[in-house]
Design a protein around this ligand. Structure first.
Ligand code: ZN
Length: 278
């Protein structure tokens, strides 16, 4: 996947963010100078009554100010929701006035718990630092008090669009997907994307992940999804969603659990050292 060096929108070449219109009222935004697979997709969904930003990136630049400057938001209220609180999704939340998060991760976000946000950033991943002397080792997700706590089945109402919250733990305890039932679009966050799925972080759970993948397979079986807009990499269709979810279920056997357990131990130690050990 490569991100164009020129924005297709009105942003200038030097902008930190890049954006494109995916369909009417739906935009993809990326952080151009965060060059790593960890770079999260940021989705903007414009509604008739309010706009929704799904995931917020690292927060090294002010995203709502940028969206305002290029005319993508403005007169309506804006809600920022995270599909999980890992740093690549939640780092920009503190720039927003209104924030929503799943109940299982709300307290960690409020504490600014950088162990649970899995903050894991290197200098070389940020090609254009926000200021002179900036160092990744000092980067932290800031604590944020959410306005709205989400549970499975909740509806986020944008006026002309409704998104249903699907709690899909496994990658993290509070991972969610957002389902636009009318248009059969699934914002899948980190539950599924076109890449190796991660189930070895401190709040990951393989048994939960299997159940979440089975739930995704049921969505496809019932013809409720035609397009998936993931938390990383490029969009894909329902067939690919089914393949990714069913592959995870098929491969999550004993060998995988042992390997994942080892990786989780190392990741937990590393994150503990990065965030508490200095
Ligand atoms: Zn992510």
């Amino acid at each position: 996947m490569s991100v164009p060096t020129e924005s297709p929108g009105t942003g200038s070449y030097s902008d930190w963010f890049w954006w494109e219109e995916v369909s009417n009222g739906l935009y993809l935004i990326r952080e151009r100078f965060f060059e790593a697979g960890k770079r999260a997709n940021i989705w903007l969904l414009q509604g008739s009554q309010r706009d929704l930003v799904i995931d917020t990136g690292l927060g090294l630049r002010n995203l709502p100010n940028y969206l305002m400057s290029v005319g993508l938001i403005g007169t309506k209220p804006v809600l920022a929701v995270v599909t999980n609180i890992h740093f690549d999704h939640s780092g920009g939340l503190h720039h927003f006035d209104r924030v929503a998060v799943h109940r299982a991760e709300a307290s960690a976000l409020m504490r600014g718990d950088n162990f649970e946000t899995a903050t894991w950033l290197y200098d070389w991943e940020v090609k254009r630092p926000p200021h002179r002397g900036w160092r990744a080792k000092n980067y932290r997700v800031q604590s944020v008090a959410p306005d709205r706590i989400l549970d499975d089945g909740d509806i986020i109402n944008l006026g002309n669009r409704q998104l249903t919250v699907l709690h899909m733990p496994g990658h993290s305890r509070g991972s969610i997907c957002l389902h636009d039932q009318e248009n059969r679009i699934l914002f899948s966050g980190d539950v599924v994307y076109n890449g190796t799925l991660i189930d070895w972080l401190p709040s990951s759970d393989i048994s939960d992940y299997i159940q979440s993948c089975k739930r995704l397979m049921t969505l496809v079986d019932n013809n409720l999804v035609v397009k998936v807009l993931p938390g990383h990499f490029d969009p894909f269709d329902a067939e690919r969603l089914y393949n990714l979810a069913s592959s995870y279920v098929a491969n999550a056997g004993v060998c995988h659990k042992i390997t994942s357990c080892g990786a989780r131990y190392i990741a937990s130690l590393t994150l503990w050292w990065k965030n508490y050990g200095k």
